[in-house]
Write a protein that binds this ligand. Structure first.
Ligand SMILES: Nc1ncnc2c1ncn2[C@@H]1O[C@H](COP(=O)(O)OP(=O)(O)OP(=O)(O)O)[C@@H](O)[C@H]1O
Length: 260
């Protein structure tokens, strides 16, 4: 069992998931401390994204339990997990390409009255007020991720790194207590990489815990005091990045996937 020294916010107990006869996630347990940035590393196909999909509720568990601050979310729908404070980003960001950057962020606001027809008919003024409040908050978040200058642009014009920042903004709009970050460094140029690392630190300093899947070991070393190494669906090792990456069994699983 992988355990943080801090009080836990997210706990996963013995999560298991098979596709056909293949166990992609095989009895994984972890705890994420309330103010922690915990890394999840491992070679391609180790089961990292499947683990995130289980935590976020994108796919159902075969077995195991997921708790957020003591609340059992094991079988909750993805939207219920977001409302409970569990946010996620994707390896390949999926913004609404034709909507503006600001609209993309506003679309992640929780409990939008305007989305439901009845409140909009009964109390249009309150719906408009909430829209205005959402716009103010979305602009603050865009400022936080340094995308304010692009708020009126369609999301389709953003670079790979800017899309990652927009994903962060969208997830922040839902007021998470935990963020699952799936490869925030992938497809990002070096200039924006520093910016993204800096923003993840700032997000964590706001009191948000982060579970981070990443192949970029510089990012892992800069952000994560502790990492879990996954291999073949299992947790192979856990500890400080500088220590686990020296272990012979960890080096072996990375070398296995390499051409001879
Ligand atoms: N929906 C699915 N159906 C069948 N097999 C799947 C499915 N999703 C994942 N797998 C398999 O499960 C294994 C783990 O995949 P997963 O994407 O979780 O690995 P990963 O560690 O995230 O890899 P990467 O670092 O390349 O993103 C792989 O062998 C993959 O082919």
């Amino acid at each position: 069992m992988s355990t943080s020294s801090q009080p836990p916010i997210l706990t996963a107990d013995s999560l298991t998931k098979s596709f056909g006869g293949f166990r992609a996630v095989n009895d994984i347990s972890l705890t994420l401390g309330a103010r922690e940035i915990l890394g999840v590393i491992g070679p391609n196909g180790a089961g990292k994204s499947t683990l995130f999909n289980l935590l976020a509720g994108a796919i159902p568990l075969d077995a195991g339990r997921i708790g957020l601050d003591g609340v059992d979310l094991s079988h909750a729908r993805p939207e219920a997990r977001i409302r409970a404070g569990l946010g996620r980003t994707f390896q390949i960001p999926r913004p609404f390409a034709r909507m503006t950057v600001l609209e993309n962020v506003m679309a992640s606001a929780q409990g939008q009255r305007g989305e439901r027809l009845l409140p909009a008919l009964i109390a249009p003024r309150r719906v408009a007020e909430q829209e205005r409040a959402n716009a103010v908050r979305a602009r603050e978040i865009l400022d936080f991720v340094a995308l304010s200058h692009l708020e009126d642009q369609p999301a389709s014009v953003l670079s790979g790194g800017q899309r990652k920042l927009l994903e962060l903004a969208r997830v922040l709009m839902a007021e998470p207590r935990v963020i699952l970050l799936d490869e925030p460094a992938a497809g990002v140029n070096p200039a924006l990489l520093d910016m993204i690392i800096d923003r993840i630190i700032a997000i964590n300093q706001l009191g948000i815990a982060v579970l981070l899947i990443e192949h970029n070991m510089e990012m892992i070393a800069r952000l994560c005091p502790r990492v879990i190494v996954m291999a073949a669906g299992k947790a192979l090792a856990e500890g400080a990045p500088s220590e686990v990456t020296k272990r012979a069994d960890v080096i072996d699983v990375y070398l296995e996937g390499m051409p001879a």
